[in-house]
Design a protein around this ligand. Structure first.
Ligand SMILES: Cc1cc2nc3c(=O)[nH]c(=O)nc-3n(C[C@H](O)[C@H](O)[C@H](O)COP(=O)(O)OP(=O)(O)OC[C@H]3O[C@@H](n4cnc5c(N)ncnc54)[C@H](O)[C@@H]3O)c2cc1C
Length: 361
């Protein structure tokens, strides 16, 4: 049973007793935030539930700056992509492991009309960071069905998200600031101007809990189920991601990801034959060789009604913060958003209206 205390306990911060931050959840959001706070010399403690099938463990980890049927430059890609690439590369060297693989993303043209459109518009300045003037290429026809060629997009790549999380966990364990424990609302006690969880105290709590939104139920989360396949395709090039009706992306273990589906209605973790057949049908349109399915996985993405992330302080609970709503683009957004939240918490820097959870209050 916790005894509520006042200011005295926070006086011990100077002696190194109280943490600056609790982080609840060590998916992609919690991992990136934890690494950034440690880099800044902050004292943290991270709590993570032992849950399988979280969005970050299922994610294919693509960072693709030009997306969608109409192939538009992703929201704030000019700012976010360079920050993300630099951050992941730096962490690879600090954590002494590999998890980030910059590589081109090829978009296979479906018709000569599409090829003509891109021949005209690829020189527009809005694409210049990601599409070079010689970006239209033919892919190896023994591997990819691409009679009209494809567009090479640079500046992206893939992150092995589970590997990043494992390396982060190892670092947190070395620092003695990680607990494998589900935290419910009752576990967090107010203490002076901060909070306690068990024997730990901290000034602020940051929720990085993905779709698990206790305390934040007033926000318009619209979670989105996704299914992804793992296939064997030993003859295929591992140095690029190829997008046709779906993506075909190398995986660290030598196989490939094929994905993903989007389902707003059935928010369960059930793998469906329908999704598998749909992905295989789309794959067959542009990938040669009938890759063999070796795994089929499902997760739910933490998405938001207006397709933007959500950051900021709880309107009633001072010191409670949220970093979430990453939807299907967490990999490219996480490092930038963690910077924004830290600047807000540490220096009172205003959050951009498009990111701030207050837009829904
Ligand atoms: C099929 C699929 C494919 C995807 N592909 C891509 C992709 O290619 N590129 C991309 O950028 N994104 C992709 N995503 C989306 C990506 O997974 C998310 O944007 C991102 O991983 C979300 O990270 P998060 O940390 O916010 O949430 P989560 O991954 O859900 O992490 C939340 C963590 O909090 C923990 N937690 C929750 N509640 C508690 C609690 N009360 N106490 C303690 N711990 C708690 C959970 O155990 C979990 O580990 C994909 C998602 C799916 C489902």
């Amino acid at each position: 049973m916790l005894v509520l205390q006042t200011g005295s306990i926070f006086a011990s911060t100077k002696e190194g007793f109280v943490q600056d931050y609790f982080i609840i959840g060590q998916g992609l959001a919690g991992s990136v935030l934890a690494l950034k706070l440690l880099e800044q010399g902050k004292r943290i403690h991270v709590f993570e539930s032992p849950q399988p099938n979280t969005s970050s463990t299922i994610a294919a980890g693509l960072m693709n700056p030009v997306t969608g049927k109409r192939m538009t430059v992703s929201w704030r890609a000019d700012e976010m992509f360079p920050i993300a690439s630099r951050f992941y590369q730096k962490q690879e060297s600090l954590l002494n492991t590999s998890f980030f693989y910059p590589m081109p993303v090829y978009r296979v043209f479906s018709s000569v009309g599409e090829q003509n459109d891109w021949t005209a518009k690829m020189h527009e300045s809005r694409y210049s960071r990601f599409i070079s003037p010689d970006a239209i290429e033919a892919l190896d026809a023994t591997q990819f069905r691409n009679p009209f060629g494809g567009l090479k997009v640079t500046g992206g790549g893939r992150l092995d998200v589970p590997q990043l999380m494992d390396a982060t966990r190892k670092r947190l364990l070395e620092e003695g600031c990680f607990s494998l424990r589900h935290i419910s609302a009752e576990d967090i006690q107010t203490i002076g101007e901060g909070y306690s969880i068990g024997e730990h105290q901290a000034r602020r709590v940051v929720f990085c809990t993905g779709v698990d939104m206790d305390n934040w139920g007033f926000l318009p989360f619209t979670p989105m189920k996704g299914e992804v396949l793992e296939v064997e395709a030993p003859q295929h090039d591992r140095e690029k991601i190829v997008v046709g009706g779906c993506f075909f992306s190398p995986k660290t273990n030598g196989n490939f990801y094929v994905g993903a589906t989007y389902d707003w209605r059935n928010l369960n973790l059930v793998r469906t034959e329908k999704a598998k057949l749909e992905l295989l049908e789309r794959l067959g349109r542009f990938v040669e060789g009938n890759p063999k399915v070796v795994d089929h996985r499902v997760g739910v993405r933490p998405a938001v009604k207006d397709r933007r992330p959500m950051l900021g302080q709880h309107p009633e609970m001072k010191g409670y913060y949220l970093l979430g709503g990453f939807g299907s683009k967490g990999v490219s957004m996480a490092p930038y958003l963690a910077d924004c939240l830290i600047a807000h918490m540490e220096h009172g820097q205003e959050l951009d209206v498009e990111l701030n959870l207050r837009r829904f209050l």
